[in-house]
Ligand binder design. Structure first.
Ligand code: FAD
Length: 466
């Protein structure tokens, strides 16, 4: 349980609470960090703007790399091994024909079909079982739904108000026990009833997604944003229909890209390339099916199994990386630090990988801090150094897959044929297939160690062939 430690002297109706780690955002990144910190006995609070129900019903990513499965299993969340589905391959479809990439055969690693909503449910259930959700939570961690962070407090001053001072920037602060609570970084947040609260902490983690508020507390002079916009987007649908294929099919056609993905035996996730400003409600169900069918059509006679369309949305594409991911006592993780287009299925996996490294670094930082009055804040820089390579590899992979598989507005005949030649060169070469398979399955374990995991040795449930 958190202690209300002081009354805010300026706004005395606010009770100031205090914790060790404050996490903004209860998506996969925030909740996994909460779960890992709980395991380490590190006190923390997660503030999540949305309700649990809303997040549980927001469809997003669906593919986990082997190392993400390993992360979940090692964290005691092994439902993925029972309810998830191991996929040993994907198909690249072009010129109307499938070209299978044997992920397992080429790399010894597989990927798992396990929707982000299930990852979230597993984490939320476990935090609930551990007593973190409810009336005030428990020692060691608390998750608050409907808690919206409205302002970042930089050691007493609202963020941006203290150009050379404040706890977010000070790398040589005395131990927090010696300082006033209001010298610590913190946030103002509003609960579901609209009541404002103040929370101060030793460390602030921004796991608040691609529209991160915390990212903007990085001073402009230090913040570098590397980004790329794409001239296309994905029209995504959830349909009630049997599977059309046992593994994901990435289709490049003269009419544009389409992805045939699966969810359950009765519901499937399908996407087709569209304009970034496409209105999803401007399409009838029949038009959507006609567009999908013409993109996958080919001499092999392949057709999609059709059924009612239950959900539709347009997903814009953006690549971005913010550096540095640390500013004093504030660190960014997951989509708050980087976003990728969905083509390579990397967003969720990167978020989980970030958190594994962040937890490792925080444990070290907090252990050193216990033994000294001058915390070694430089240890926190380890985090950015260690995640950067995977982040940039994923950026390259996602951008490369995207440009190879999508038709570009105004694309010349030369450019279109060059893309098909690239696909043919790639799929006809074992080295090419392995390059793709290594990227798709994610370059091995996050913290090093053996590449063979529970995720690569369990029995497959995905059947082969059509
Ligand atoms: C529509 C969509 C489809 C996607 N599809 C795919 C896909 O097919 N494959 C893939 O790999 N990736 C996909 N992604 C990306 C993937 O879902 C993300 O990479 C993943 O969710 C990152 O997790 P995260 O915890 O960092 O961020 P999020 O899951 O975005 O979680 C951030 C959380 O912070 C909360 N929050 C934000 N601001 C505040 C605030 N001020 N106060 C309190 N809480 C706040 C939000 O409510 C949210 O729950 C998709 C993303 C979107 C948006």
């Amino acid at each position: 349980m958190l202690d209300p430690v002081a009354l805010n002297p300026l706004e005395d109706w606010l009770t100031v609470e205090r914790t060790v780690v404050a996490i903004v955002g209860g998506g996969p990144a925030g909740l996994l960090l909460s779960h890992l910190l709980h395991g380490s006995g590190i006190e923390h609070v997660v503030l999540e703007a949305r309700s649990r129900e809303e997040i549980e019903h927001t469809h997003r990513a669906g593919i986990l790399e082997a190392s993400s499965v390993q992360t979940l299993v090692e964290a005691g969340l092994d439902r993925v091994l029972r309810d998830g589905e191991r996929h040993d391959g994907i198909a690249l479809r072009f010129d109307g024909e499938d070209h299978r990439i044997d992920l397992a055969g080429l790399t010894g690693r597989s990927v798992w079909l396990y929707p982000q909503t299930d990852v979230f449910v597993d984490l939320a259930n476990r935090r609930e079982a551990d007593g973190a959700i409810g009336d005030g939570g428990v020692d060691g961690g608390e998750v608050r739904w409907g808690a919206t962070v409205t302002r970042v407090l930089d050691g007493g001053a609202p963020s941006g108000g203290a150009p050379h001072g404040g706890a977010l920037q000070d790398s040589a602060l005395q131990d927090s026990a010696l300082r006033g609570t209001r010298d610590l970084p913190g946030v103002l947040w509003t609960d579901a009833q609209g009541v404002e609260h103040e929370l101060r902490c030793d460390l602030l983690v921004g796991a608040d997604g691609s529209r991160s508020t915390l990212r903007h507390t990085l001073p402009e002079a230090q913040r570098r944003t590397f980004s790329h916009e794409y001239p296309y987007a994905w029209f995504g649908v959830i349909v009630e229909a049997p599977r059309s294929a046992p593994e994901l099919v990435y289709t490049a056609s003269e009419h544009g890209f389409a992805l045939i993905s699966q969810r359950t035996e009765t519901h499937q996730r399908l996407y087709f390339q569209c304009e970034p400003d496409e209105d999803p409600d401007g399409w009838s169900d029949d038009q959507i099916w006609a567009e999908l069918q013409r993109r996958v059509a080919g001499p092999d006679g392949f057709r999609l199994e059709e059924g009612p369309i239950e959900e539709r949305s347009v997903l814009r594409f953006r690549s971005s990386v913010v550096e540095p991911v640390r500013h004093g006592r504030m660190l960014l993780a997951g989509d708050a630090a980087h976003t990728v287009p969905p083509t390579g299925a990397k967003g969720l996996n990167l978020a989980l990988a970030d958190v594994v490294v962040l937890h490792d670094v925080l444990e070290t930082w907090l252990a050193r801090r216990g033994g000294t009055l001058r915390p070694d804040d430089d240890v926190l820089d380890e985090y950015g150094r260690r995640v950067s390579e995977r982040v940039w590899r994923a950026q390259h992979f996602s951008a490369w897959m995207s440009s190879m598989l999508h038709s570009h507005p105004g694309e010349t005949g030369f450019a279109a044929r060059r893309r098909v030649a690239e696909l043919r060169t790639l799929t006809s070469s074992e080295a090419g297939r392995r390059f793709l398979a290594e990227g798709y399955t994610g370059w091995g374990p996050v913290l090093g160690g053996p590449a063979t995991t529970a995720a690569t040795t369990s029995t497959t449930t995905a059947s082969r062939g059509r």
